[in-house]
Design a protein. Structure first.
Length: 79
């Protein structure tokens, strides 16, 4: 698994931070605000989950989604 450079407090770098991305899990777009690596426990084991934190462009609605669910959103071509 390719990880970004650790920034502290579980945050890491990512080339799409600050960019518009598509959240394929929720079917919407937002600005990638942060990527975190969080330790989760399930099925009697421990594993690390990388989470993308997004914010909608016009409003301040924020949500999280699995990092593997984000894709770069191409900019609209000028008319």
């Amino acid at each position: 698994m390719n990880r970004g450079k650790p920034l502290g407090l579980g945050h890491e770098t990512h080339p799409l931070i600050g960019q518009l991305v598509r959240d394929t899990k929720h079917g919407t777009c937002g600005i990638l605000q942060a990527v975190t690596a969080e330790c989760r426990y399930s099925n009697g084991g421990e594993h690390t989950v990388r989470t993308a934190w997004l914010k909608s462009p016009p409003a301040a609605t924020e949500w999280d989604t699995p990092l593997e669910a984000i894709r770069p959103e191409p900019a609209e071509a000028p008319a």
